[in-house]
Ligand binder design. Sequence first.
Ligand code: FE2
Length: 122
Amino acid sequence: MDDIYISRALERVAMIEQQHVDNLAEKIRDLGGHPTKLGDVLAPVLGQVLGKATAAAGPERLLWLDIQLEEKAMKDYKDFLVKAGGEKEMFNILWNNLIDEDLHTAWFTNKLRELKEIGLIH
Ligand SMILES: [Fe+2]
């Protein structure tokens, strides 16, 4: 991927995903739980996957993949939210993460549309 704007946006998104996982892991530890299980669920989201896929995939495939991953993450956060009900701080973390994923999805979707409009992809 030689589009510097997309590359940097993906790097930034991957950092945010890592913060999501870290914030949740910390909260789970505070509550006496074991964050490794959560990491198994959320770690695949972006970060590593994209770091490796980015170079090989064209922008259309890449952005499409990003959108699929974000939608999976949003589904997971919604499921967690239903279960987190009473714990206010956990509830807030999950909501914040969910909204971040929605914003990422909007950016990816918009970038995909933009690339189509200028004829870089079809
Ligand atoms: Fe995201």
